[in-house]
Design a protein around this ligand. Structure first.
Ligand SMILES: CC(=O)SCCNC(=O)CCNC(=O)[C@H](O)C(C)(C)COP(=O)(O)OP(=O)(O)OC[C@H]1O[C@@H](n2cnc3c(N)ncnc32)[C@H](O)[C@@H]1OP(=O)(O)O
Ligand SMILES: O=C([O-])CC(=O)C(=O)O
Length: 374
């Protein structure tokens, strides 16, 4: 029998949820009972967000109404725009999102009349505006109009604001699928952290900013940016093979591979990989996709490790013309839906989350006067 690695709350059931299941048979994923394959194939991100937040799929009228509502919520308060203008141009976009959402709490605090679902919808709608208003102001001095009425979806809104023109159908659909895949994932680190904050009866915005801070790290959401940095190091597949073998020899992590709960594969990776392959063909790419596939082959052969969602999301995002430092913020713009559903669920059956620790420190010591310490 192989000894199980301890720590990190691995294999620990930390609570109940009806929002999603992860890792059934080492590879499955459902959101409120619907398979990720069906959601990505037939659904849209707006339908997925509605499902997560309101507990069921919307009917046709509800979906239309929901999309119109989100479109109306894209505008930023003047004070927030001014704050974004005063943030440093060198700031990490993840920090801009965390700071901007935190500041929105001052303009539109949670109250009895402005509840969690309303704030979640507002954040889903204006997160793109906030991020890209800052981005354009600091890269080209432009004060963009964040309402861009031509694009009906969040994916379209993002690509239109980023590039200043409406996206192609293929590009909008790819980003839409990516947002569906990133929306929810049970008790991952950022969601769990958000639930811990919610369990103290803190406000909604504090729980969301907790989630952002936790997602930022490269072992979690930050892995899509780290994967891109790795892939772009190599000029061709053979060079990638050598480079990855070297990393493994040095016992370094290859970002975008492995997972705490999946043991066979990450079902989301196969889906985004197909979209990345399509975009690679469209772009006439002969480097990024072949390099990515070779890294996947090497990791499978050498370590039996599979790509997680972050790995092929990286090349897909690059083909959409998205700068690397906006990759993890895009994860936030989607995961706000899952975090929000969990915060609401946590509040419904709340008990403060406060586990116990096994004490491994010194036995009781005698007090030493200041003058006697060395
Ligand atoms: C959307 C998401 O957030 S998905 C996760 C994104 N994160 C990444 O891609 C970062 C790279 N991956 C990792 O660091 C890990 O696989 C995690 C954080 C995802 C999971 O961590 P854990 O469940 O603690 O994995 P654990 O450390 O037990 O892995 C088992 C073994 O595989 C190795 N391993 C796991 N992932 C990798 C990797 N990406 N590259 C190289 N080796 C790896 C570990 O070093 C460990 O080896 P050891 O037993 O010799 O120490
Ligand atoms: O579940 C996890 O540990 C990480 C992950 O894949 C996600 O949050 O999407």
């Amino acid at each position: 029998m192989t000894a199980r690695k301890s720590g990190g709350l691995a294999n620990t059931i930390a609570g109940e949820t009806a929002i999603s299941t992860v890792g059934k048979e080492g590879k499955g994923l459902t959101y409120r009972g619907y398979s990720i394959h069906d959601l990505a194939h037939y659904g849209t991100f707006e339908e997925t967000a509605y499902l997560l937040l309101y507990g069921r799929l919307p009917d046709e009228d509800e979906l239309l109404g929901y999309k119109l509502k989100l479109n109306r919520l894209r505008r930023l308060p003047d004070g927030l725009r001014s704050l974004l203008e005063h943030l440093p141009a060198t700031m990490q976009p993840m920090d801009v999102l965390r700071t901007g959402i935190s500041a929105l709490a001052a303009f539109e605090p949670e109250t009895a009349d402005r509840g969690p679902r309303q704030i979640a919808d507002r954040l889903l709608a204006c997160g793109t505006s906030l991020l890209l208003y800052w981005h354009h102001f600091h890269t080209s001095g432009l004060r963009i109009d964040t309402e861009a009425p031509e694009s009906a979806s969040i994916a379209g809104h993002f690509l239109q604001l980023l590039h200043g023109r409406p996206p192609s159908e293929l590009h909008e659909e790819t980003l839409d699928v990516s947002l569906i895949l990133y929306a929810e994932h049970e008790f991952n680190a950022s969601t769990f952290a958000a639930r811990v904050t919610a369990s103290t009866l803190s406000d909604f915005y504090s729980s969301i900013t907790t989630g952002i801070g936790t997602l930022r790290g490269p072992l979690h959401g930050g892995a899509n940016e780290a994967a891109m940095e790795l892939i772009e190091r190599f000029t061709d597949a053979d060079e990638a093979e050598k480079g990855v073998l070297q990393l493994l020899e040095q016992r370094q992590l290859v970002m975008g591979f492995g997972h705490r709960v999946y043991s066979i594969s990450d079902p989301r990776s196969d889906i985004i990989k197909l979209w990345s392959a399509t975009l690679s063909k469209e772009a006439g790419d002969t480097r990024l996709y072949p390099v990515s596939e070779r890294i996947e082959e090497v990791m499978q052969r050498e370590r039996q490790l599979f790509p997680n969602l972050d790995f092929y999301s990286a090349s897909a995002y690059r083909f959409l013309g998205i700068p690397t430092d906006l990759f993890t913020p895009l994860f936030v713009l989607s995961r706000i839906s899952g975090w929000s559903a969990h915060i609401i669920e946590q509040r419904e059956g709340n008990r403060i989350i406060r586990p116990s620790a096994l004490y491994v420190g010194p036995e009781p010591l005698s007090w030493v006067e200041l003058a006697d310490r060395r």
